[in-house]
Design a protein around this ligand. Structure first.
Ligand SMILES: *Cc1c(COP(=O)(O)O)cnc(C)c1O
Length: 432
């Protein structure tokens, strides 16, 4: 499998090269040259297969010969080594719980897969020692830190805004040690991101250190997200019509992976991009014009993205054809007030606790079903509600119990490198 740049000004590369560099030299995102087709009978066979084998079968064509089969199987097994239950919430609505990984974030699968691929390439000497540099507003940093912990040949530097991530998120970022360093920046997430972007443009620094990113631009983080949809279909009733799928969306990596799996022949129905007040994509589907905006802060903060980077991949999937896109995908915008109302209603009626991101997806699905009452669907529950105590605890009327993986971090020493919003300081830190 080769990958081309969506800006078409860079050479084709294989999976290894796309993973190591993240973005193409022309600044474009990499896209697979051909989309593999699942064989007929795939849906039936799916049920009898282990998660590791499903992952191996789906990822194999994308990885090509860049990773030995036995190693790819091990990488796949480690990446999906937890549960992805599809839980019935109420008639017509199921929830695919993607928050049972080590950092309670759906980003765990992509981060674990990518880290092990990079580690594999680094150990074989296919790449110089790599430094993964990421800015985080919360969830990405924890998933990347946990995913890359102890991976030989890879160092991780995470920038996060001091005082602006939740206590659980901060513990996940700052207590692991080893090859993970957290830079506690006295600024905002946007400041962190600007510092990271500047580092990536610093050609002198690039001579000194091989820097790469670990966000969903990277194919090794983006592509394994297809697996959620496969695991969902392992659990969806065999004779039932394909589900409507509502995906809480920010950077649009997850939903784009789902649409890719659908293009490969996974029997998924209509897709809904469930957005909060950040709505460049819903506006695009309404008007045909895409206008990036500054991000607006909301309760579902992992989706506070004003210029979703994976949108160009969705355009490519639908051959830049708006009518084709509208036939498979709709989008909706859910306010904070409606998000809270949905959490309360589902908790009171069904005894099921949604997090703000899941609540956005639930509301968008219910609105779609109001027009299409015969269609059953699922939401992707992307975060554990314990990460959003400020929103969910007033509704519950008590504190949420901490899951074991979070409890294990309690009391561990926080270690950070404090830093001001000053590129020279970051540069000096990396220049070692
Ligand atoms: C990252 C994230 C999202 C958005 O996923 P994209 O792939 O960026 O669209 C949604 N929910 C949670 C909890 C997240 O952490």
């Amino acid at each position: 499998m080769k990958y081309y740049s969506l800006r078409h000004q860079s050479p084709l590369v294989d999976f290894r090269q796309a993973t190591i560099t993240g973005q193409a030299p022309d600044g474009g995102l990499y896209f697979p040259e051909a989309i593999p087709k699942f064989l007929p009978g795939f849906r039936r066979e799916l049920r009898g297969l282990s998660k590791a084998i499903v992952a191996f079968n789906v990822m194999r064509p994308y990885v090509g010969t860049t990773i030995e089969e036995a190693d790819l199987l091990r990488i796949c097994a480690e990446a999906v080594d937890f549960e992805f239950p599809l839980v019935s919430v109420e008639t017509g609505v199921s929830s695919l719980e993607l928050f049972h990984g080590p950092t309670l974030a759906f980003k765990d699968v992509g981060a674990r897969f990518m880290s092990r691929c990079l580690g594999y390439f680094a150990q074989r000497g296919d790449t110089p020692p790599v430094t993964v540099l990421v800015a985080t507003s919360g969830d990405t940093g924890g998933a990347v830190a946990s995913g890359f912990l102890g991976v030989p040949g890879v160092e991780v530097v995470i920038l996060y805004p001091a005082g602006k991530v939740s206590p659980v998120q901060e513990q996940q970022l700052t207590t692991l040690g080893q090859n993970i360093t957290a830079l506690e920046v006295s600024g905002t997430f946007d400041d962190c991101q600007a510092l990271v972007k500047q580092a990536f443009l610093d050609e002198e620094l690039a001579q000194q250190r091989f820097l790469t990113s670990a966000n969903s631009i990277n194919v090794a983080r983006w592509l394994p997200q297809q697996l959620y949809y496969c695991f969902a279909m392992q659990q969806w009733p065999e004779e039932a019509a394909p589900p409507v799928v509502s995906v809480p969306s920010g950077n649009f990596g997850n939903i784009c992976a789902g649409l890719l799996a659908r293009t490969s022949g996974l029997p998924l129905g209509h897709f809904i991009a469930a957005c909060n007040a950040n709505e460049p994509v819903p506006a695009y589907l309404r008007t045909g014009t895409f206008t990036p905006r500054a991000a607006i802060p909301t309760f579902s903060n992992a989706m506070d993205v004003g210029n979703p980077s994976n949108f160009v991949r969705i355009l490519e999937l639908f051959d830049n054809d708006l009518a084709k896109m509208r036939a498979a995908l709709s989008a909706d915008t859910v306010s904070d007030a409606d998000t809270v109302a949905a959490i309360r209603q589902v908790w009171e009626q069904d005894g099921y606790l949604l997090d703000p991101h899941g609540a956005v997806a639930y509301t968008a699905l219910r609105r779609y079903q109001a027009q299409h009452p015969e269609m059953a669907g699922m939401i992707l529950a992307t975060a554990h509600p314990v990460k959003f105590p400020g929103v969910v605890e007033p509704i519950l009327g008590r504190a949420i119990e901490l899951p074991a993986v979070v409890q294990a971090l309690q009391g561990r020493a926080k270690r950070t490198v404090p830093m001001s919003v000053d590129y020279e300081a970051l540069r000096a830190f990396l220049w070692r």
